[in-house]
Design a protein around this ligand. Sequence first.
Ligand code: CP
Length: 329
Amino acid sequence: MQAEPRTAESRDDERERAPFPHKHLLGIEGLTRRHVETILDTAEAMRGISDRRIKKVQTLRGRMVVNAFFENSTRTRISFEVAEKRLSADSVNIQVSGSAMAKGETLLDTLRNIEAMRPDMVVLRHWCSGAPHFLAHHLQSNVINAGDGNHEHPTQALLDAITIRRAKGRLDGLDVAICGDIAHSRVARSNAHLLRLFGSRVRVSGPGTMMPRGAAEALGVRVCRSLAEAVEGVDVVMMLRIQKERMGADMYPSDREYARQFGLTREVLRHAKRDAIVMHPGPMNRGLEIAPDVADGDRSVILDQVENGVAIRMAVLYLLSGASEVPAE
Ligand code: CP
């Protein structure tokens, strides 16, 4: 007997029953704890592929992924590309400097033209908060937010979560300090939403000029006056980059003053638990928000974060694609 053709309605029904019932990944806000656990567990299953001699499976063969990066990126862009190659998807990369947007074409027109070439997924990084949500509303493809303005960076929070879970054995009931330029940080926002799902307690610290108004209520975090207070007794210290590209006037007196008050040094790290881990999403300003010996020290899991990023992005691509089996070992 011939199978019934899949309709838009039957695809919606399938999605509702799937372990990850979303068409897009636009943010952590709106996901449940179970959804996050599904992504992390799938990423664990994907990790082994990167250890094989031939680091490739056929899972997304014939699928096309457009990586549209309208803001600088090293880790996220390369990590998505590696993840797509490991799953055998066809990747197409566009950047604003090499696209018709530089001639005045709108983001929607650019992406609609690309969609006419029938991609299955679009990975978007954009300086404008909400840009991926706007596209998701207008495009047929799955849309993955690779960082939008100072709003969200969901795959960063997911790779941070798997890194914490691997180091601490859990995500529940931890104390986590997120320190630095909170106001401009999509990483802080996505992490705060995710950690709250697991009942972990988040403290934030940074210069008053880099603390969003109403941070405590909006993010469900405790605002600390000093870095030492934020770090006191925590399991995880997450340092953030000063995002000069998102600032208007100077928001702190000098680099030296910032490093003195808000830079993570070995002395400040002594306030944390003895087995606390140190994280940073990158790129780092060494000697500013983090001392080089801390960034490279034995408590640092910064390169683990990068490694885990590939597995997380493979998991997200796989789950959104609707592919039916996690590739076997
Ligand atoms: N963590 C992060 O988003 O780094 P990139 O800007 O290099 O992608």
